[in-house]
Design a protein around this ligand. Structure first.
Ligand code: NAD
Length: 494
């Protein structure tokens, strides 16, 4: 990718953005639009339709009608596969446009956005396209007088609610397996990152996805999201976002139709460095980049760095020095290593966390402040706190910003105890050359993923999900299909 290609697109006007329902764009029923503010410079990028309950009703009804018609839900797996491959190809063909649009909307640095957004979304569609015609039902080991068949059926209408950090990637992790299983889908993107998902819906339509099978309703979480949570005709809700909203969705389900609710929530992921790590330089660099890319707006970010006491002081200094040199700035510059914070609100939340950590006695090693204010954008310096103890808010609560908390530990047992001392259990890392210890730690750490001698690696073949208050269910891999299918038994007397 060349910088000039990006620069050609950076100032393109973005037309008014309608909802995507029944295969086409339209205004919200009440006609409202709101300004989309770009975190790059605080200017208005475009206007976005402000949906409400009646738009959710329309989208769900359109999804249900499409499901009943069967153009997608009853299509031969090979046909679904063909269209999903076409979607992946169209994402690839429009990758630069999608990435730049997304960056202007949410501020992720373009080097990461290109891979993580269109790159990952295309790959995800391809993965589930390939899976569609390789899934078999089961014949149960019943007595000979009976034939027991287990069918996998689509659930019907799937609601998808996603956050602002990686809308295309996280959206695709849910939309692609839901579609692969034959469902219809209604998506609600985050207020501050809706544009690329609206464009994805258009590309799906262009690829031949029948009208109504994929719908996107933009608007407020407390209006559109709540209406989806309470909707009596949504069968499954797949959510990524904060624990607070996750709890509400469970309540909405209880108050409405008991829809199944899958939650991918936040984390406070421990990255544990033992003195015998094979390469401490590599560990320090990976630890820093494992929290500061995308300005810390990564659910699996290694936001707690636990370091063995004997190397703690020197290692913390190394990490702080790397943090101070990370290139924060213009998200559309290919050399930028950390882009903007997605919104002014989030920037202020991050700064509040910094002030609280200082007040509670954590030692600020670098950063802690807003930077590049003259650009009008929302940028924050990579921030490192040392001496963070389990009783501090910074140890327990997710910041979802570029703030790293360092805590020393004494030995393996202490490391496990400290690592498992939060309500979360999303990601983690362990650095050690001792193979037995590495495997012991993998078993002992309460998390959905344990990285060993690296941090942050993953691909579509492995599941991503949390334990504890990081959620339930899994995105990615063939296991994601389980969320979007029901099992039906045929018990046939012979
Ligand atoms: P958020 O919970 O504020 O919002 C997520 C989505 O929920 C948005 O679309 C929002 O509009 C919607 N929403 C808000 N209020 C709602 C309501 N009352 N009813 C229904 N929907 C509502 O989260 P965010 O700030 O957009 O994203 C950051 C959070 O997402 C962090 O906690 C982060 O860790 C988490 N996250 C988790 C993963 C994962 O895979 N586990 C991945 C990315 C982000």
């Amino acid at each position: 990718m060349k910088q000039e290609q990006i620069d050609d697109l950076r100032g393109n006007p973005v037309p008014e953005q309608g909802l995507f329902i029944g295969g086409s764009r339209r205004s919200a029923a009440r006609g409202g639009y709101r300004a989309v503010v770009s975190p790059l410079d605080g200017t208005t990028l475009t206007t976005l339709a402000e949906g409400d309950t009646s738009d959710v009703d329309d989208a769900v009804s359109s999804a249900r009608t499409a499901f009943k018609k069967g153009g997608w839900s009853k299509a031969a797996p090979a046909e679904r596969k063909k269209i999903m491959h076409r979607i992946a190809d169209l994402i690839d063909r429009n990758a630069l446009e999608l990435a730049v649009l997304g960056v202007r909307d949410n501020g992720t640095e373009i080097s990461m956005a290109l891979k993580a957004e269109p790159g990952s979304a295309a790959n995800t569609f391809r993965y589930y396209a390939e899976l569609v015609d390789k899934l078999y039902g089961e014949i149960a080991p019943t007595p000979n007088s009976v034939l027991g068949l287990v069918h996998h059926e689509p659930v019907g209408v799937v609601g998808v609610i996603v956050p602002w950090n990686f809308p295309l990637m996280i959206g695709a992790w849910k939309i692609a397996p839901a579609l692969a299983a034959g469902n219809s889908v209604v998506v609600k993107p985050a207020e501050v990152a809706s544009l690329s998902l609206l464009r994805l819906a258009e590309l799906c339509s262009e690829a031949g996805l029948p009208d109504g099978v994929l719908n996107v309703v933009t608007g407020r979480g407390s209006v559109v999201g709540e209406a989806m949570g309470l909707h009596p005709d949504i069968d499954v809700l797949a959510f990524t976002g904060s624990g607070g909203v996750g709890r509400r969705l469970l309540e909405y389900s209880a108050r409405s139709n008991l829809k199944r609710v899958y939650l991918e929530l936040g984390g406070k992921s421990p990255n544990v460095v033992f003195a015998d790590a094979p390469n401490l330089d590599q560990a320090a660099k990976t630890a820093a980049y494992g929290i500061f890319r995308n300005s810390g707006q990564v659910c699996v970010a290694g936001s707690r760095l636990l370091v063995e006491r004997s190397i703690h002081k020197e290692f913390a200094e190394r990490v702080a020095a790397i943090a101070a040199q990370i290139k924060v700035g213009d998200p559309l510059d290919l050399t930028t290593e950390a882009g903007a914070v997605a919104s002014e609100v989030q920037l202020h939340k991050n700064l509040e966390h910094v002030a609280r950590a200082q007040a509670q006695g954590a030692e600020l090693r670098t950063g802690g402040n807003r930077i590049l204010e003259d650009t009008g954008g929302y940028f924050m310096a990579p921030t490192v706190f040392d001496g963070v103890t389990p009783d501090m808010t910074l140890f327990q609560e997710e910041v979802f910003g570029p703030v790293l908390a360092i805590t020393p530990f004494e030995d393996e047992a202490d490391a496990v105890r400290i690592a498992n001392s939060t309500a979360y259990g999303l990601a983690s890392g362990v650095w050690t050359a001792n193979l037995s210890r590495a495997h012991r730690m993998v078993r002992a750490i309460r998390a959905g993923i344990v990285h060993v001698n690296t941090y942050g690696g993953s691909d579509i073949t492995v599941p991503l999900g949390g334990v504890g208050q990081s959620g339930n269910g899994h995105d990615k891999s063939r296991h994601a299909m389980d969320k979007f299918q029901d099992l039906k038994t045929a018990w046939v007397q012979l």
